[in-house]
Design a protein around this ligand. Structure first.
Ligand code: 3H9
Length: 697
């Protein structure tokens, strides 16, 4: 038997234990081991029931994602399930941790399911551009009903054991030791000669939807309204509909075919790339072995503005007490009010209970006295972007923070080394760049200063993971990775307007590409005046946007920016005044306007950023191309199904990117567009950015 699956007996009960750390993924040896162990249990007449459980931190968390794309090997997960389901002895899944994907599908093939308290069950395939491929789209609706099944399959969200018990997905919540509870349960099933319920035979929860197709469409539409252009959600809806329309064997066959199609689809390849890249990005490459950070039991945030409040919420959401510091009682009150309103909105949406909201708010303390940071293990400064102000704050932090505390700055482009020099402990200083809204956006750029110690870095990354962020370690340069690349997009956006495009053309091309918002609509949302003031201070100028700001068009907040906005609405409307201003600017600059198509717009905006990213890699500001993909997907809305800018560049082909950049350089006279040495070399060698790292999935 495979070493990854053990079989033992407990009286008349056979106990199968999967032990494939870290998450008991269903790799080939596990599947083979399971089929063999089940065979033993079936053949052994003295065994009357089987408990299937897992060692380590979780029940099977799904198929082994790194096997996708390789030739399938039998036994498959479906073979495991079709071994379990027809058995004449009850098979009980004993689950803990996160039974996910193929793991939950195996459990759905069992006759009974018992879960430890705290177990969270789910079918997260959609997050990988897939849908369940081992019966999940057919068995789950039969067990929990169409509505809950669609919700689980289309969101990929996990269901807590308590809810799963109510939904009928779990038969019992274990009391005490899981395996012991499951064995006792199995003995009861045998003693009471209980039937062997098979999910596939059930029909009662499908009935209401069989007679009401409109209801199915309404529920499915609610969960897919943001899934425009994505292949997996549409396929998943179709598959769940088969549960109503087809005999189960036919539906299972089609589900498998559809799943295999999705595995081979570029969208899923991109999403699997991001799955592994996110986990790689959280590994600091040159951290000496054995370095441990400090455990952050209490945090403090300096500044109760939008950023500070959002960061405080991240800590409270993760159960870490946090103290918010502001200069005045008034600013503090207004900041905390916003935090409270934010939580209230989540409660109103059903995302949080009123009790949970109160628990989280109770974790947020506040003070106007900086000395209140004294017991914090990590302090994050989130004040206005002004070097002198930040240096003053860091000098105070140095004086007041306890030894060993991490002193972090949320700056989005200032020099972390200069900030660190304001302290006598630069090794404790690190950048922790959150993205707005900080309680929502997953990206966390962790900026490593010249003096940042390995322990400080390890603490920042570990905290990032703990508060549910996707951390990526970057080096110091103006704007770090994300904003440094973004700047090129802004410059190029302006050029496109002057050459002949209008904001709505550019935004339409980028939303068609998959960004949730075009760059100009996004600029209006963020406010155009901040960067205008920054440019003025540096003696810089951006032709179009600065003229808009001079007219008081700061974006949504003034109801006018690149677009105009009607009162109470966030929908952008093209504005004649803006068009006239743009056309007049082209004339003044002697540029003959021309039609620019969507493909050119996308290339003009993305390729210069990709070129800059190649320089960022050359300079070692980012360690891996995948880190840059994580930054753009989780911080800037780059469509996850395109895998981030570097993965996208590889898909397009670096030869093409290089040729287009050379052409842009000639046309615009901008030397920055000349292909960087790294990009040029890879293109010459016929390679992609992926060749710089070892692929995982
Ligand atoms: C599926 O099941 C398809 C079926 O419907 C049909 C089949 C026919 N495979 O996230 P962590 C690695 S699709 C391979 O840091 P956590 C991960 O890369 C699958 N590797 O831990 C990392 O490696 P490393 C459906 C996996 O505690 C290490 O394990 N299932 C897999 O924060 C630790 O991971 C999913 O989509 C995997 N399935 O979170 C579940 N999972 O240390 C995906 C993890 O070398 N997994 N690894 O960097 C997760 O959501 C989280 O890992 C989990 C644990 C919640 C389980």
């Amino acid at each position: 038997m495979s070493g990854l699956v053990q079989f033992r007996r407990d009286g008349n009960i056979g106990v199968i234990v999967v032990d494939n750390p870290p998450v008991n993924a269903l790799k080939h040896e596990v599947r083979a081991g399971l089929v063999e162990a089940l065979g033993k249990a079936r053949e052994d007449a003295s065994i009357e029931a089987v408990v299937l459980t897992c060692a380590g931190r979780t029940f099977i968390a799904g198929a082994d994602i790194s096997e996708f794309g390789k030739p399938p090997r039998t036994p498959t997960t479906i073979d495991v399930i079709t071994t379990i389901e027809p058995m004449s002895k009850p098979v009980i899944a004993a689950m803990h941790g996160t039974p996910l994907g193929g793991g939950l599908e195996v459990a759905l093939g069992c006759h009974y399911r018992i879960a430890a308290p705290g177990t969270r069950l789910g079918l997260p395939e959609i997050k990988l551009g897939l849908m369940p491929g081992a019966g999940g789209t057919q068995r789950l609706p039969r067990v929990v009903g169409i509505e809950k099944a669609l919700a689980m399959i289309l969101t990929g969200d996990q269901m807590p054991a308590k809810d799963a018990r109510e939904a009928g997905l779990v038969d019992e919540i274990a009391d005490g030791d899981l395996t012991a509870s499951a064995v006792a349960f199995a003995k009861r099933v045998v003693a009471e000669k209980r039937p062997l319920p098979r999910a596939r035979d059930r029909d009662e929860k499908l009935a209401p939807f069989k007679s009401d197709r409109a209801k199915f469409d309404t529920v499915a539409a609610a969960y897919t309204k943001r899934a425009k252009g994505l292949h997996a959600p549409a396929a998943a809806v179709e598959a769940v509909r088969w549960a109503l329309d087809l005999p189960i064997d036919e539906a299972l066959k089609r589900e498998r075919e559809k799943f295999m199609e999705l595995v081979a689809d570029d969208q899923s390849k991109a999403q699997r790339h991001i799955f592994f890249a996110e986990r790689e990005a959280a590994k600091v490459q040159d951290l000496p072995a054995g370095v441990k950070g400090v455990e952050v039991k209490r945090a403090a945030v300096i500044g109760a503005g939008t950023m500070g409040g959002g960061i405080a919420m991240c800590f409270a959401n993760a159960g870490i007490p946090v103290t918010v510091i502001e200069a005045s009682a008034e600013a503090l009150r207004s900041g905390l009010d916003k935090v409270e309103k934010n939580y209230a909105a989540t409660v109103a949406r059903g995302g949080l209970s009123a009790v949970e909201k109160d628990q989280r708010l109770a974790l947020v303390a506040s003070s106007v006295d900086m000395a209140a940071i004294a017991d914090a293990d990590m302090i994050i400064e989130a004040v206005f972007e002004e070097m002198e102000l930040k240096r003053r704050i860091f000098a105070d932090l140095d004086r007041l923070a306890k030894p060993g505390a991490v002193l972090a700055t949320n700056t989005s482009y200032l020099d972390v080394n200069e900030i660190a020099r304001a302290t006598r402990r630069p090794e404790a200083v690190v950048g922790m760049h959150f993205f707005s809204p900080a309680n929502v956006m997953r990206l966390l750029e962790i900026v490593r200063g010249a003096a940042t110690s390995p322990a400080t870095l390890a603490t920042a990354v570990a905290v990032g993971r703990k508060i549910g962020k996707a951390p990526a370690v970057v080096g110091v340069c103006h704007g770090f990775v994300g904003n440094r690349m973004l700047r090129l997009r802004s410059v190029e956006g302006e050029r496109l307007l002057i050459e002949g495009a209008l904001p709505q053309d550019v935004d339409a091309a980028m939303t068609k590409f998959g960004f949730p918002m075009g760059p100009f609509a996004a600029g209006d949302l963020a406010g155009l005046d901040i960067s205008w003031r920054m440019r003025k201070a540096q003696g810089l100028r951006a032709e179009i946007v600065d003229q808009l700001c001079e007219l008081g068009r700061f974006g949504q907040k003034t109801s006018k920016g690149f677009y105009r906005y009607e009162a109470g609405s966030r929908s952008p409307h093209p504005d004649d005044e803006v068009e006239q201003l743009i056309v007049a600017t082209s004339q003044r600059l002697n540029v003959k306007r021309r039609t620019i198509d969507a493909d050119e717009i996308v290339e003009r905006l993305l390729f210069p950023m990709i070129n800059e990213a190649a320089r960022i890699l050359e300079e070692g500001i980012a360690a891996r191309p995948g880190d840059i993909d994580v930054i753009w997907v989780y911080g800037y809305g780059f469509p996850i199904w395109r895998g981030g800018p570097m993965f996208y560049a590889d898909a397009v082909g670096l030869g093409h990117v290089r040729d287009r950049l050379t052409d842009f350089a000639t046309r615009t006279g901008d030397a920055r567009h000349q292909p960087s040495p790294l990009l040029a070399r890879l293109a010459e060698e016929g390679k992609g950015f992926a060749s710089l790292t070892v692929a995982k999935g």
